[in-house]
Structures are given as structure tokens and as C-alpha cells.
Design a protein around this ligand. Structure first.
Ligand SMILES: NC(=O)c1ccc[n+]([C@@H]2O[C@H](COP(=O)([O-])OP(=O)(O)OC[C@H]3O[C@@H](n4cnc5c(N)ncnc54)[C@H](O)[C@@H]3O)[C@@H](O)[C@H]2O)c1
Length: 388
């Protein structure tokens, strides 16, 4: 099948590689630099599996900066463009998707559109009414940055948010392209699929906030957080996973998806969503106070990414921690090997890890790895289990 994919980010690129194993895929992005890298088989995302597939696997994958070049041949268009949270409207900015739908109508496209970007509940149905000649389905994407392609090849589940035959056919394409066998699938209405996506991320944010509050409590009462977490996580109803404390949940999706769900709840009583969002702010304040208590002359920030293996720091909790420490006039340095600049937010970047360790009187690490190798006395982290 001939498929056009819009947006060569984590979601679009992973889906493009997945589907290009068995289909003819054109990946389109307005970012000319990304497309030129991809044409040279270089991944714009630091992901070794994506790089391996691009350079070594036999994929039927071409790249373009224009949507219309390949549209007449395409039986499906998959949209994976950004839906950033707009603080003014307190909702996702869906303009990139709406513009694409307008363009598809102008080009008389009348086949299947698969939305993989995360959208507000009710968005797909609204678009379907506006564009009755196009079949629009919402397929929530559950991949994680750092494991984007792996999660596409071995998906936890595939949810098809549309009951049309075209959407069912696409569901089978995704299933056939994955490596995992016996994938659990579910067919729902678009709005149910949209709700499943937002509630999934809401649950994950709430769980992170819960273990972070447990950690704040343990630290304040001089209790061992690991003992507490191990003890309660061995209850199978709670489970011994996704329970590693951090400076707060972050990344592109959890902060914006929780805020979007709060907006979808506008006229429905809720307390948990609001409380989770507030809990995340309180946690970052708590972390900053704990760092300040240590009265270090020079504070070294070890890495900016939200989790080990990730190559970006969109909405990373450490960024808010840095902002607060800066407001308190602390002397800071940053170690982030992925940054080529000399400064970040006006703070010097130290490229040499040994120099960074020698200069820092306290090293603050949301997540750390073996490379750090410093004594506990000068390390401040809440990464108890050494995992994401
Ligand atoms: N990153 C994740 O882990 C993740 C997981 C699940 C769902 N999502 C959702 O998927 C969507 C995309 O996320 P992402 O992380 O892949 O974003 P991203 O920022 O990594 O990539 C988006 C890409 O879309 C391109 N783009 C923007 N407007 C375009 C247009 N009109 N035509 C073509 N390309 C365009 C951008 O240049 C960019 O390369 C968002 O709605 C996000 O919430 C992301």
C-alpha cells in the first residue's frame, strides 16, 4: 500500500520505518534539514535502532518536504505533527493537523487519514463532520522516546479509533509490520481512543507523582525510601515497576496530556488530575529546597534529559529545577554531552566530565549512569533503582 506520513519526529519516523518494511512510504516534513539528513540515511533522532534500520534494512521509504508530490498515489495519510499545549486556550494547538486536512481537501484526497498525534477528546469526530469525504481514524500512539522504534515493533497494544473497513485494514497493516506476535488490539470510536490515550498518560503521571510524594515523605522523616517502595510494590496489585522516584514527571507528553485532560473535564467534577499537576510542581519545589539545604558553592547539573537514553529535554523536570536555582543566585555548571553550545540558559557547559566533577561541590542528577562515578556525599539524586 502507498502511504504518506506527515511529521518526521519520534512518532512519524518510527511509524514510517515500521510501515516501510511492507509498504511504499513517503515521509514528509516541513523541516528541510531533517529531510536532507534522512535522504542521506542519517537519523535526526539519536536512536541506534532507527539508525540501524535506516542504514541497513531494506525499506521502501522516500522523503519529501512537500505533501502534494505523492498524494495522488497514497491510499492513506498518517499525521504525526506536533500538538503543543497552548496556555492561552488551555488546550492542544491542533492547527498543524487542521491545515493538513484543508490541504488534503484542496487536493481532492478522499481516502484514509490516520491521526497519530495526540488530540483532545472529540477532535477526530469534529474533523470527520467537517470533512465527510475523507475517512478519519485516530490511532493513539504509545511509544516512548529513547525506545521509539522498538515500541513500534513491539507495541503494548494497538487501538483503532474508528469502526470503518479502511481503518480495520490499516490496523492489520500495523499488526503485520510489527515483530511482536499476538498483539492485543481494540476497535473503538475515535473519542474513546482519544480518551484512552489521555487517561493512559494521566495514570502514568499520577503514579510518578505518587512515588515522588512517597519519596519526599521518606526523605523528610528520615526513612529509607527504597525500603518503603519495595515493601508496597511487592503487592501484585501495585506492582514492582514504574516506581522509581525522580525530580518530577516531564518530557513532551505527560505535562501536556494531563493539562489537556483537565481541560476536557471542564464541566465534570475532578480532583485527581488537578492534584497530580500540582503535586508535580510541589515535588520540584521540594527538590530545589533539598538542594539548597546542602549549601554547595558550585552546583553541577548532570545531564538535561528527562531519562537516560533520551536525546531531548522538552519539559524536562531538571529545567524547572535549574530555573529555581538560578533565581536563588546559585553558581551552576552543566554537563550535557549532547549540547554543542558553550552555554545553556546563560549557564556554562563543561564538556569534560572529569573537570565537571572536580569543579562541582554538589552534583545534581535526575538520572545517572555508571559514567558518573562520584561519592555519595557530593551526589544529589532521587534515582533509587537506577532505571527510568
Ligand atoms: N514523543 C513521544 O514520545 C510521543 C508519544 C506518543 C504520542 N506523541 C504525539 O505525537 C505527536 C508528534 O510527536 P513527536 O514527538 O513525534 O513530535 P516531534 O516534535 O518529534 O516531530 C514532529 C515533526 O512534525 C513536523 N511538522 C510540523 N508541522 C508539519 C507539517 N505541517 N507537515 C509536515 N511536518 C510537520 C516537525 O517539523 C517535526 O519534525 C504529538 O501530538 C505528540 O503528542 C508523541
Amino acid at each position: 500500500m502507498n502511504i504518506t506520513i506527515l511529521g518526521a519526529g519520534y512518532v512519524g519516523l518510527s511509524n514510517a520505518i515500521l510501515l516501510a518494511k511492507n509498504n511504499q512510504v513517503t515521509l514528509v516534513d516541513i523541516d528541510k534539514e531533517k529531510i536532507s539528513l534522512l535522504k542521506k540515511k542519517k537519523s535526526p533522532i539519536r536512536d541506534s535502532l532507527i539508525q540501524r534500520y535506516l542504514s541497513k534494512k531494506n525499506l521502501s521509504l522516500t522523503f519529501d518536504t512537500q505533501i502534494s508530490n505523492n498524494l495522488s498515489k497514497s491510499k492513506a495519510v498518517l499525521i504525526a505533527t506536533p500538538t503543543n499545549f497552548d496556555p492561552k486556550t488551555k488546550s492542544f494547538d491542533t492547527v498543524s493537523i487542521e491545515d493538513i486536512l484543508k490541504k488534503l481537501k484542496r487536493n481532492k484526497f478522499s481516502k484514509l487519514v490516520v491521526i497519530r498525534s495526540t488530540v483532545p477528546v472529540g477532535f477526530t469526530e469534529k474533523m470527520q463532520k467537517k470533512y465527510p469525504n475523507i475517512d478519519i481514524a485516530f490511532f493513539p500512539e504509545f511509544l516512548r522516546e529513547g525506545d521509539a522504534l522498538r515500541d513500534s515493533l513491539y507495541p503494548s497494544r494497538i487501538i483503532c479509533g474508528s469502526k470503518t473497513n479502511k481503518a480495520r485494514f490499516f490496523l492489520n497493516l500495523l499488526k503485520e509490520s510489527a515483530i511482536k506476535k499476538n498483539i492485543q488490539t481494540q476497535i473503538t470510536s475515535p473519542s474513546e481512543a482519544e480518551a484512552i490515550k489521555l487517561f493512559s498518560n494521566m495514570y502514568l503521571a499520577m503514579r510518578i507523582a505518587f512515588f515522588n510524594e512517597l519519596d519526599s515523605f521518606s526523605l523528610s522523616k528520615n526513612l529509607h525510601p527504597k525500603e518503603n517502595i519495595d515493601g508496597l510494590s511487592s503487592d501484585p496489585r501495585i506492582g514492582n515497576y514504574y516506581n522509581n522516584p525522580s525530580f518530577g514527571y516531564g518530557g513532551y507528553c505527560l505535562p501536556k496530556d494531563t493539562q489537556q485532560l483537565r481541560q476536557n473535564f471542564k464541566d465534570i467534577p475532578q480532583k485527581l488530575i488537578q492534584a497530580t499537576i500540582q503535586s508535580n510542581h510541589s515535588r520540584k519545589k521540594f527538590i530545589v529546597n533539598e538542594i539548597l539545604k546542602r549549601k554547595a558553592k558550585i552546583i553541577g547539573i548532570y545531564r538535561l534529559s528527562m531519562k537516560a537514553g533520551s536525546d531531548n529535554w522538552r519539559e524536562s523536570a531538571i529545567i524547572d529545577v535549574i530555573k529555581s536555582l538560578k533565581r536563588e543566585q546559585n553558581q551552576l555548571i552543566i554537563y550535557e554531552p549532547l549540547l554543542s553550545k558553550k552555554t545553556f540558559m546563560g549557564i556554562s557547559i563543561e564538556k569534560d566530565l572529569n573537570k565537571f566533577k572536580n569543579k562541582s561541590k554538589l552534583i545534581v542528577a535526575n538520572r545517572f549512569d555508571g559514567a558518573l562515578g562520584v561519592k555519595n556525599e557530593i551526589l544529589f539524586t532521587r534515582d533509587i533503582f537506577n532505571e527510568n
